[in-house]
Design a protein around this ligand. Structure first.
Ligand code: NDP
Length: 273
């Protein structure tokens, strides 16, 4: 019998998750159907209840429902607990298990696909919102020499640094504090690119050979990637690989088989020009 899954968000039209999971299902021979649901704001629980009652097995969750999905769940992974947010749920009888695969997906893309180990490197994370929070422990598990989190609102950067401090060398700061600091990998985990804006980071933060990674995807050369390119950075990436890898983690969690992501990444890649 075909098992049903769906992604829920608002808006949801743009979501690539049905394409990704349908491709994963075909490639692995798993009999699944994967749809998209535009949830009404404030009605996450009722919508998830209805999907579950109709035989749904699990859901991916995107903005603005990641906190609602966390609250709806009965069992939460450490990654979901830390993020206070779920990007995947699985229905198991009367239990609702919550996961957050954004951080592991990001690390897998950087370390495995882009072949850029974080171990021993100086890492700069711009932003301290949901995606940055999800990346915190997966980053520190890779044992970077130092992780610096810069955010407009300093309190959020300091809070993340204090959460991460028992797991590795991490500090929080403002953008002004970055003057004279340089990094091997710079991640833009702000949402500035979604509005065509540039976070106030200076162009001197890149060490020779650095990687500039934009978490937003499908937007070509964002202001952040353009800043890096103009500063001479040759290694640029956007979040398409992160998107595919977090989806593969969810698929493996639901189905017990991990799909290869290469074909999906190739299909969804928008040139960085
Ligand atoms: P949040 O809304 O949770 O956080 C936004 C962050 O961006 C905050 O730290 C905010 O700072 C900062 N910010 C917003 N505008 C600016 C600006 N103009 N200058 C400097 N900082 C700014 O967003 P998310 O964490 O959910 O998403 C962040 C990015 O990650 C988005 O681009 C999103 O598309 C991407 N993403 C990609 C995924 C993928 O699979 N590739 C998955 C999830 C997210 P402050 O706290 O000061 O307001």
């Amino acid at each position: 019998m075909t098992d049903r899954y769906a992604v829920i968000g608002n808006p949801i039209q743009h979501s690539k998750s049905p394409l990704i999971h349908t491709a994963f299902g075909s490639a692995t021979g798993q009999d699944i159907e994967y749809g998209k649901i535009e949830g009404a704001i404030g009605e996450f629980a009722a919508t998830a209840d209805a999907f579950r009652a109709a035989g749904g097995k699990g859901m991916n969750i995107t903005a603005p429902f990641k906190l609602d999905a966390f609250a709806y769940s009965t069992d939460r992974s450490p990654a979901a607990e830390l993020a206070g947010a779920a990007n995947a749920i699985k229905f198991d009888g009367d239990r609702v298990c919550a996961e957050n695969f954004d951080g592991v997906g990001l690390v897998r893309d950087v370390v495995h696909n882009l072949k850029r180990p974080l171990r021993g490197k100086r890492i700069l994370l711009l932003g301290a919102g949901g995606a940055a929070r999800g990346a915190l422990l997966p980053f520190l598990a890779e044992r970077p020499a130092e992780l610096v989190i810069a955010n407009r609102s300093l309190d959020k950067a300091l809070m993340l640094a204090s959460i991460g401090s028992e797991h590795g060398a991490v500090t929080g700061c403002t953008y002004q504090d970055l003057i004279a600091q340089k990094f091997d990998i710079v991640f833009n985990a702000t949402s500035a690119s979604l509005r065509g804006e540039l976070p106030p980071v200076h162009a001197m933060v890149f060490l020779p050979g650095a990687l500039a990674y934009e978490l937003a995807y499908g937007k070509g050369l964002t202001p952040f990637l353009r800043l890096a390119q103009n500063a001479g950075v040759a290694h640029l990436a956007d979040g398409v690989g992160m998107l595919a890898e977090q989806a593969a983690e969810a698929f493996a969690w639901w189905r017990g088989v991990r799909p290869d992501t290469r074909e999906v990444i190739n299909r969804l890649t928008v040139p960085l020009v």
